[in-house]
Design a protein around this ligand. Sequence first.
Ligand SMILES: *[C@@H]1O[C@H](CO)[C@@H](O)[C@H](O)[C@H]1NC(C)=O
Length: 265
Amino acid sequence: MSTLAAGDDTSFDENYGVVWGAYHAKELHGGTELTRTVGPGSQFDSKLHYTSGYFHMKMKPPGRDSAGVVTAFYVRTRSNNDEMDFELLGNRTGKRYALQTNIFINGKGDREQKINLWFDPTADFHDYSILWNPFQIAFFVDGVPIRVLKNMPGTGAGYPQKPMTLIGSIWDGDRWATEGGKQKINWTYAPFTASFGGFAVDAACPFGTAAGAGGCRTAWWNSPKFWNLSPSQQLQYQHVKSQLRFYDYCSDRSRYPTPPPECPV
Ligand SMILES: *[C@@H]1O[C@H](CO)[C@@H](O)[C@H](O)[C@H]1NC(C)=O
């Protein structure tokens, strides 16, 4: 097992609980790290819902031949209507993982973007995080912005606003995940094990608690500095868009002859 990046000794049980596939979950290192095994899969959720925040998860998906296996961190409403997700898409041995992100608004997803990562995600833990405030949703990998959705009131574009839980999972996605579903899970390589860590949830507005009353309007992640990417983040984001992103639903004219309203013109 890899060790956790220093600085987060929060135990799994403090903020999370296993939802399904408990018999596949194993806590390590005093509960600061969790491994999950696919087949059929497993999932854990945060105990609380949040209305804004800067959510982090460390993940290390299975190595070797993991085509069809999806390792995910996402933020989702109880009704499943709104969702933001990171999905690490496994691949055949020696072929690189892809990172897919998606956003569901009012029950509709189909907003996939895919990038190539600049590292091997199976070699060690990396940080996958989502900043969500009333102005923007930004996805980061190790602090580098890889996707941004601006809140654009009045344009007809939706924006997730309902309380959300944080979820980690590993599951069988071989209908679609690797080369569009052509590469299936090779079960002779099972069990497929993903590791998760970094269970602190300290930059988040907890719904239905005194701390979250008033929507945490004065919290740092809701302050003007976090309404837009900084100039240096903009540069990083340009690089990701031009060099690493290889699929963007916004520019897929066969699916969307007219780009959806949230897409940049
Ligand atoms: C898997 O590997 C193939 C071949 O290198 C590549 O085209 C594809 O983008 C990789 N990732 C996924 C998820 O299919």
